[in-house]
Every structure is written in C-alpha cells, then in structure tokens.
Design a protein around this ligand. Structure first.
Ligand code: DX5
Ligand code: ZN
Length: 226
C-alpha cells in the first residue's frame, strides 16, 4: 500500500468524471502538474447507480501516464468480484459502498490481501451507524454528499452532521473524504466538519482554468482547517 495514502492534511482529489474523456491523459497531466494529490475515479455499473462510467481498461491505460494515487470509488453492486481487477489495473485505493456488502469485514480483508488502501463509503440516505462496525479497520471513510450517479449536483447539507460524527471516531492516520457538490463555497463547511480529502469534479474540470480552480479550493480548504 502507498504510504502517502494516510498522510494527514488537506488533499484535493479531482474527479475525472467531469473531464473530457477524449483528452483524458492530457487533462490528468494538467491537474497532476498543478499539484493534485489524488485522482478520483468514479466507477458505475448501471445497477447500484443509474449511470455507467469507466472500467478497468481505462485505469490501466492511465496508469503509466500518472504517478498520482488512484482513488477508485466503486459504485457497483459487486465490489468483491471487481476489486482484484481494479487493483491489477493500477488502483491504489479502493472504496466500496457499505450498502452492497453483506460481510464488510471480509470485504476489507480481501482488499488488504490486494495490497491496496481501503475505503468505505455510504450514501446520503444511509445511517452513519452502518459503518461503525468497520470504521477502525479502514484507511479512509468517504461521505457521499450527493446521491451517487452524476456529477454537478448540489451539496446535501445534512452530510455535515455525518462528517462530524465520523471525524470524532477516526484516528489521526485515517482520512475523511467528501464527494459531491464540493466547490469554493461548500468546501469550507465540509472541512470545518472534519473532511480532509476533497473530491471535486465540476468545480475543477468544468472550469476554464482547472489548476487555478484547484488552487483556490485548496486555499479555502486550508483556511477552514485553521
Ligand atoms: C458522483 C461521483 C462524484 C462526482 C462528483 O456520483 O461519485 O465523484 O464526480 O462530481 P461533482 O464534484 O461535480 O459534484
Ligand atoms: Zn466519487
């Protein structure tokens, strides 16, 4: 597992969902050179969420072109089946949804055996208590602040309570990521509530200058972190 996964501090994870897929290598290169910390890869299967996005071949194609930590968010009904394929393709961190896994401890052990970082996530409608049995076993918790499936949605304010509740249970070597509707305005509230790893798709890639947008997000986030 990459040790930079668990380093503390504010980190920005551009989500390629909002990038131009016809120029993906170039766009990833731009945010990487501009100081991105992770690359967020949204995997959707058309079952767990009503959308289809990327799969292992895209991760494999990007891998030789980037040194960024590949933060792979599996919005799929069978993460146990596909996690090894993503690990082989080059994912460094794999996050699964608690809603689709009967035995999350087994899922986490399977991910550990692949030597990837382990993340667990939950939908806005899922009670935070669902993750308590495994919260001390993961490297990162991801709070979905929109209903997963699409970029460009509005931040759900109730996510802030969830972030606070989870932050109070995490050790310093565990990261708290937030995903959905993060922009220059919402990021400060998310960080004040405990988030340190900030996913942003449209607020970075849909802007005319993605690097300037990323730097601005980071500056606001750092100020909110105090
Ligand atoms: C939504 C995805 C997000 C998405 C965020 O289902 O998990 O990662 O890319 O997009 P924005 O930042 O536009 O809300
Ligand atoms: Zn995501």
């Amino acid at each position: 597992m990459r040790t930079d996964l668990v380093e503390p501090g504010i980190r920005i994870a551009p989500s390629v969902l909002a990038a131009d897929f016809a120029r993906l290598g170039e766009h990833v290169g731009i945010v990487e050179a501009g100081g991105a910390d992770l690359l967020h890869l949204d995997v959707m299967d058309g079952h767990f969420v009503p959308n289809l996005t990327i799969g292992p071949p895209l991760v494999k194609s990007l891998r030789p072109h980037s040194k960024l930590l590949f933060d792979t968010h599996l919005m799929i009904t069978d993460p146990m089946k596909y996690a090894p394929i993503f690990a082989r393709a080059g994912s460094d961190l794999i996050t699964f949804h608690i809603e689709v896994v009967d035995d999350p401890i087994h899922m986490i052990e399977a991910l550990r055996s692949l030597d990837v970082g382990v993340g667990v996530t939950l939908n806005p409608g899922t009670a935070v208590e669902r993750i308590w049995p495994v919260v001390d076993r993961v490297d990162m918790v991801l709070v979905m602040s929109v209903n997963p499936g699409f970029g460009g949605q509005e931040f759900i304010e109730a996510s802030l309570d969830k972030l606070r509740a989870i932050r109070s249970r995490l050790r310093p070597d565990q990261r708290l990521e937030v995903d959905g509707g993060i922009n220059g305005e919402t990021v400060a509230r998310a960080v004040a509530a405990g988030a340190d790893t900030l996913v942003a798709g449209s607020a970075i890639f849909a802007r005319p200058d993605p690097v300037a947008a990323m730097n601005q997000l980071r500056a606001v986030a750092k100020a909110a972190a105090g």
